[in-house]
Design a protein around this ligand. Sequence first.
Ligand code: NOJ
Length: 514
Amino acid sequence: MAEWLKDAVFYEIYPQSFYDTNGDGIGDFEGIISKLDYIKDLGCNAIWMNPCFDSPFKDAGYDVRDYRKAAERYGSNEDLYRLFDEAHKRGMHVILDLVAGHTSEEHEWFKRSCLDEKNEYSDRYIWTDFWLSSAPGHLWIGGECERNGTYMLNFFKCQPALNYGFHEPKAAWQQGMDDPGPTATREAMTDVMRFWLSHGADGFRVDMADSLVKDDDEKKSSTCETWRRMFSVIRKEFPEAAFVSEWGNPGLAIGSAGFDMDFLLDHAGRGYKTLMRDEEGGKDRSYFKKDAGGDIRRFLTDYLKCLEETEGKGYISLISCNHDTPRAKATLTDEELKLAYAFIFTMPGVPFLYYGDEIGMRYIAGLKTKEGGYTRTGTRTPMQWSEGKNKGFSDADVDMLYLPVDASEGAPSVEKQEKDADSLLNTLKAVLRLRHEHKELRAEGGFEVICDGADSPFVYGREGLILAVNPSSKNLAADTGRVLKEKIFSIGSASAEGGRIVMGAGSFAVYRQA
Ligand code: NOJ
């Protein structure tokens, strides 16, 4: 596994909305390059960029038309190589988004697979051999081209599914993993990885990584085998490359498929959701929402199982948010977010910060859908850099902006928060500094639950450090059974005597154990 992951903290950039340097109203590679020092100074030493490849942008770039070509609206391939280079000069790493399960319907591979006469790409996608489709649980499109069949979708209508085979083929048109079509798809996708890795990319976030082999079993055994085969080739060539999956099941993604990291996602019924966005049944019971009656044990049950399944094999990735998820600021205040971030960024594994979360950017409700964003659009608005025109995002006229900038009263900006020692931005910076300065807090440092938060602060150990958090509005005390020595970090009030810790309302603290 890549050594650099041990101390990695990622910053996710939605390139459309980050920083526009050529005045066309949309972000670009040059903009990212010019903000590398800002990202580094914040405490993030790695970047995940959402898809930045040639695309008709019907799903914000998750509909790739050419895997090897940068989208012109962001710049050229050379600009992207320079971005890798500039990041490396600063000791930073950049991973790209690999959309492995589907392409755009405008991809050359797909156009060729639509032809009636057999060719190299006929089996690159999943096609039936008749005009009506009957495989349940999938979406099919017919009537679009001359080929005698219908093709399977992986997500939107514009995203035909690549053919990695069926777990157990049941019809003549269904292929197994070892058939020539799926074998060629794996080789083609490995070649896409090879292309970017050899030009300086440091790895990939893999989109819908669990979606490859169709009608797979519960353990996703054929999809896992597909990844193992691709990794066995590419990892030999690029041993320092890192791979993080959009899977939400670290036991399978890391333990079986061989990813280095897997995201905990905002899925109903999963522990991660209970931290900041738990609105099941119409009542917010999020743990970090003050006095909402949340219970950290709902997170821990799920998390500890994931940790056990992945120990020594890879890292769980906790996220502040992502481009598909409502920003936590939708329901939490900056004071609540400080505690949530202090927790997320002192946990084991490799954490990810979504651009703008460092200043508590809002979720903008009610925006017209943009590039297939639908409700996700409100999480993708332009970064708020300053108090100037368009909050410093772009010089373009307002009506040219990719999405409207949040110009509402009190909208945060980097400029404003940099000047305020107690801002969310400066608090997060201090937390990240603490993480980098203490080996115990990095990816591999141990984790144990000391007090599980039932009528107490939540207290956890990371090797020789004891950490406690109390999001409620009451003082909470706990006997930790340890001798707490010096306090090395705190938000709000916290005191300790012997093994007893008293956490004031809305507080977080880190102690060194004697
Ligand atoms: C997951 C991505 O995060 C999302 O934004 C996209 O729409 C779908 N996959 C389809 O690629």
